[in-house]
Design a protein around this ligand. Structure first.
Ligand SMILES: *[C@@H]1O[C@H](CO)[C@@H](O)[C@H](O)[C@H]1NC(C)=O
Ligand SMILES: *[C@@H]1O[C@H](CO)[C@@H](O)[C@H](O)[C@H]1NC(C)=O
Ligand SMILES: *[C@@H]1O[C@H](CO)[C@@H](O)[C@H](O)[C@H]1NC(C)=O
Ligand SMILES: *[C@@H]1O[C@H](CO)[C@@H](O)[C@H](O)[C@H]1NC(C)=O
Length: 337
């Protein structure tokens, strides 16, 4: 009897599920609509990824549009590439150059779920991760290009330190603090050169305050809060003690809206990461700041679950004749590489 009731309710559930499952709407990965949704997803990812660099779209790997009675649920798989713009940079993403392969590119993957209702999208899930291109890949096209060094490498940390010191010794009025090390590369040979990229933040001290030695300088958070992006290199000829330090910084306009993360260390040397114990070479997209959505299950399983009972239908909802497979053209083409 119990079994019968169980079977009956199972059947009822199925009936409800089946009556609710509207035909999928076919959207190809390179349709304008797919790219529009992808850019909405990407904006969200860049907005919550507050360390490292902004990401740009490289390809829409998959898109599934499932109409539901209240709107549409969209499952997206995005292939992203790291740009050269720090996350804190006010530069619009369109103007940010993707890092070339010889710089050891960083690729990101995001599984996202969006809900479209009355023309507006809500992101209900974003699950991203990122990884470095292999060092072998760079060596193949550029045998002399050094791979990335860990962000906490002592030579990298030293180079950032002396480069920032040099910058603060220039004729700025504000005294800048290190906010984050973005990248480091070490090229050894007859001379040892260390190239670094880092982000700085204006402190509440003037250069004079700071050089007086007894001032406490913290990141400026008021209307004068602003940041800058620097690249520096420290070259040391073998057998000498002198270092040749060069540094260039771009100071951004005031960004009072972006206050330092509460409780963050004043001088965060390395980003907070999830897999402790491993040296970090880049700022992983899978960051705690991705919020609660990131820990949700991977939407790939939804993609396959939906693909499982995908029925062949035309855009108008009419069943299509058999042996005319109607599937979205995916993945889309790679925009960069
Ligand atoms: C739908 O969007 C339009 C325009 O954005 C708005 O005027 C309308 O109130 C919205 N309707 C609902 C039910 O949210
Ligand atoms: C000082 O600032 C001026 C104007 O911003 C610049 O042209 C000059 O190169 C700076 N000098 C040094 C030593 O950085
Ligand atoms: C900067 O702010 C900190 C904390 O509010 C304060 O202790 C310090 O005196 C300030 N420094 C200057 C130079 O005003
Ligand atoms: C860099 O960080 C990794 C992981 O936290 C750690 O194992 C390693 O000892 C650190 N290296 C240096 C030079 O601090």
């Amino acid at each position: 009897m119990k079994l019968l009731i169980a079977l009956a309710s199972l059947f009822l559930c199925w009936a409800v599920v089946l009556s609710l499952s509207l035909p999928r709407r076919i959207v190809n990965c390179d349709d304008q609509e797919a790219h529009e949704v992808a850019n909405i997803g990407l904006q969200h990812v860049n907005a919550i990824h507050k360390t490292g660099y902004k990401f740009a779209l490289n390809a829409v790997d998959n898109i599934i549009v499932q109409p539901v009675p209240t709107g549409e649920i969209i499952y997206l798989e995005l292939d992203l590439l790291e740009t050269k713009c720090p996350s804190l940079s006010p530069t619009p993403l369109e103007n940010c150059h993707v890092r070339p392969v010889i710089d050891q590119a960083v690729e990101g993957d995001c599984d996202m779920k969006l809900f479209k209702h009355n023309g507006t999208y809500t992101i209900t899930k974003a699950n991203c991760k990122s990884g470095l291109d292999s060092a072998e890949n760079i060596r193949r096209i550029c045998p002399d290009c050094p791979p990335l060094a860990p962000l906490n490498n002592t030579q990298v940390v030293h180079a950032v330190d002396v480069a920032l010191h040099k910058f603060n010794g220039g004729n700025n009025t504000a005294f800048y603090l290190l906010r984050e090390i973005g990248r480091g590369k070490i090229q050894s040979g007859i001379s040892n050169s260390v190239h670094v990229e880092f982000v700085i933040a204006a402190s509440n001290c003037s250069i004079d305050d700071a050089s007086s030695g007894d001032a406490t300088c913290v990141e400026e958070t008021g209307p004068d809060a602003h940041f800058g992006a620097c690249s520096g290199s420290v070259v040391k000829i073998q057998g000498t003690v002198d270092e040749d330090v060069s540094v260039q910084c771009t100071i951004y306009e005031n960004q009072p809206g972006i206050v330092s993360q509460a409780g963050a260390p004043q001088v965060p040397l390395a980003p907070s990461q999830t897999n402790v114990g491993q040296p970090h070479f880049h700022h992983n997209l899978h960051h705690p700041s991705m919020g609660p959505h990131s820990s949700e299950s991977n939407s790939a399983e939804h993609l396959s679950a939906h693909a499982g009972h995908a029925v062949k239908r035309s855009l108008t909802g009419e069943p299509v004749p058999p042996n005319v497979p109607l599937r979205p053209v995916c993945p889309g083409r790679k925009i960069h590489f």
